[in-house]
Design a protein around this ligand. Structure first.
Ligand code: ADP
Ligand code: MG
Length: 642
């Protein structure tokens, strides 16, 4: 505990980890990894990122390199007596505030969301954490105390951060700290093998060979090596290839190396679902090494929807936050694009609307979509991709006009007639004679949609309907218009005439029960009475041929937004005076509707109100007055149960 009076910057200060960090550390130490050696990959990965950041900052501010030099290196060293392993870099380093923010809190919103989602029964979900990893904190798998000595490039004051990973950490000013960061791990009893050179060499080779900064193992103080018969001082040894992986020829890179690079560059922990490595030659030259993850990151639907591909210019890291490099609907793609056709001293601002960058984006996206198309040939594999990223890809349907056709080919949907994912090509191939639209219905759950009364007429004729359950589905439909010249049409918008045109199994049905249908006049009267009785609750009442088994359904009026869309907007607090016209559609051939014609007075009003509430429930709308609904239903049951 610190006395407030002594809180000067050079006094040691004890601080608490953010609650999520404390929880995370607990998981890391007690239940997480079966292979703790990955801590080294994490620390080397961070060191390499820190070097990249300084190299970039120095393009505009060369004097940042004055002390500490412009040659970037990562040094590993061991001390068997002190039982420490040290990882030191001469990268950008951290200020005191950055130390607190980066090592005392969880900066990544995805991780934060994940930690919040871990409820009491956490063991079940803990395996998921491996998908995005724990970065720096993995050090506590092998160390019972970690010291970080760091000095930010361009600053004179250095700092020491220390923690045993149990709830608090301390920070103190420190003199004689070199530029960059030096992580000293006080190894646990059972972690002695990380003092062993062979072990370190093999871990670095396995996980960090692709790191472009040299990882150098320093000899222990006084360490000797045999040279023939004589002994001489051991010399430092570079453990990795230290060249940019993406610039190496494809034939020389193993799948393992690609995977490790993906883990580093994507801050990811799963297998890549797809890896694409190519060099574009021509007017603009660039190399791209890109990965599609196999699992969905937690922050996929963050509002900022930012891209995750890193831009390099001649192997110098420029930015991983560029608007122009990747379209947003491909924000799940990880990797690197390196071009020599952009000026090195370009600022991130200048890159926002850069024609060269735009051309690169065009090429990269074209290639990715082509690869996806190829992989769609194998549906079992492709469906896994679509499961994870389909909802994001569909954003492209209204954002990327140019590639709409390609994206429609790639899109998959749930269907009323087939299990699993269905492509539009399949759908169109199965369209019925006389059918000229692609029918869709939107809602939250495919299973429920499948049983919607609105589909009854379509089901009876064997007409397939696409069940759209992603929020995004409400948005692209109107802007896409058509696929293969067949317009998309919501079933709620389909007129009876649409359905009548389609040849299907029950062509004779209408004739049959036409005999039992009520007279035109009786129907007209019923509609008038329903309108009067229901008042402002519905904008209109009309008959429909789309219903078969159900007496009624509730739809949004033609041209307006769907009821599902209105609910979505409301969930997001955007209901603001949304006037949506709700229409009660009735099935004139249903026995209940015919009975309704014989009622009057309160009996009629109660039945009408119940039918409307039933239609609301089926559609997923709330019942306007649950108490009144329950009362009417009880009264009705009482009469019926004899
Ligand atoms: P990530 O690397 O995915 O951001 P980490 O937990 O590995 O997450 O690291 C957290 C943050 O701490 C980094 O984003 C970086 O800002 C900072 N950091 C970690 N190691 C270093 C280092 N060697 N030099 C400078 N900053 C570092
Ligand atoms: Mg990291």
């Amino acid at each position: 505990m610190t006395d407030p009076a002594t809180q000067t910057p050079d006094r040691e200060q004890s601080l608490q980890f953010q609650a999520e960090v404390a929880k995370l550390l607990d998981i890391v130490v007690h239940s997480l990894y079966s292979n703790p050696e990955i801590f080294l990959r994490e620390l080397i990965s961070n060191a390499s990122d820190a070097c990249d950041k300084l190299r970039y900052a120095a393009i505009t501010t060369p004097k940042l390199l004055e002390d500490g030099g412009g040659t970037f290196e990562i040094h590993l060293s061991t001390d068997k007596t002190a039982r420490t392993l040290t990882i030191a870099d001469n990268g950008i380093g951290m200020t005191r505030d950055e130390l607190v923010a980066n090592l005392g809190t969880i900066a990544k919103s995805g991780t934060q969301e994940f930690m919040k989602s871990l409820s009491g029964d956490k063991a079940k979900d803990v395996s998921l954490i491996g998908q995005f990893g724990v970065g720096f904190y993995s050090a506590f798998m092998v160390a019972d105390k970690v010291d970080v000595y760091t000095r930010k490039a361009g600053e004179t004051q250095g700092w020491r951060w220390s923690s045993d990973g149990k709830g608090t950490f301390s920070i103190a000013a420190e003199s004689n700290v070199a530029r960059g960061a030096k992580i000293v791990l006080h190894l646990k009893e059972d972690a002695s093998d990380y003092l062993d050179k062979f072990r370190l060499r093999s871990i670095v080779k396995t996980y960090s060979d692709h790191i472009a900064v040299p990882v150098i193992l320093d000899p222990a103080p006084g360490e000797k090596v045999k040279d023939g018969d004589t002994e001489k001082d051991a010399s430092p040894e570079t453990l990795n290839s230290a060249s940019a992986l993406w610039m190496r020829p494809k034939a020389e890179i193993t799948p393992e190396q690609y995977k490790e690079f993906y883990h580093h560059v994507g801050h990811a922990f799963d297998e890549p679902w797809h890896t694409v490595h190519f060099k574009a030659e021509g007017a603009i030259e660039y190399t791209a090494l890109l990965f599609v993850p196999s699992t969905k990151p937690f922050d996929l639907f963050n509002p900022d929807r930012k891209s995750n591909v890193k831009l390099y210019v001649n192997r110098v890291f420029i930015s991983d936050q560029l608007e122009g490099l990747m379209p947003r609907y491909l924000r799940f793609v990880r990797g690197v694009v390196d071009s020599s056709d952009l000026p090195l001293n370009i600022s991130r601002e200048m890159l926002q609307d850069n024609p060269v960058l735009r051309k690169i984006q065009g090429g990269v996206v074209k290639r990715l979509l082509k690869d996806l198309k190829d992989r769609a040939e194998k549906p079992e594999e492709y469906n896994k991709f679509w499961d994870a990223f389909g909802p994001v890809m569909k954003e492209g349907l209204y954002e990327d006009f140019e590639r709409r056709e390609d994206l429609l080919e790639l899109a998959r949907f749930r269907s009323s007639l087939h299990e699993g994912w269905v492509s539009l090509k399949d759908y169109v191939g199965r369209m019925k004679e006389g059918q000229d639209c692609i029918y869709t219905i939107t809602g939250d759950d495919a299973g429920i949609l499948k049983n919607s009364p609105q589909l009854e007429g379509f089901m009876a004729k064997g007409v397939e309907v696409l069940l759209l359950t992603d929020p995004i589905d409400e948005f692209w439909g109107s802007s896409v218009g058509a696929y293969d010249k067949k317009p998309f049409k919501a079933v709620a918008m389909a007129a009876d005439a649409d359905l009548a045109k389609i040849k299907g199994g029950d062509a004779d049905e209408k004739k049959d029960d036409a005999a039992g249908a009520a007279s035109e006049q009786a129907l007209k009267d019923l509609i008038e009475n329903l309108k009067k009785s229901l008042g402002a609750a519905v904008a209109d009442v009309r008959t429909t041929d789309k219903l078969k088994g159900s007496p009624v359904c509730l739809v949004a009026d033609t041209g307006g937004m769907s009821l599902h869309m209105a609910r979505l907007l409301k969930q997001h607090g955007e209901a603001g005076g949304l006037a949506i016209r709700k229409v009660l559609e009735i099935n004139a051939r249903h026995a209940l509707i015919k009975r309704l014609m014989t009622l009057s007075g309160t009996a009629f009003d109660d039945a009408a109100a119940l039918l409307l509430d039933q239609a609301r429930i089926v559609e997923g709308e709330p019942v306007a007055d649950p108490v009144a609904f329950a009362k009417r239903l009880s009264a009705m049951l009482e009469k019926a149960l004899v």
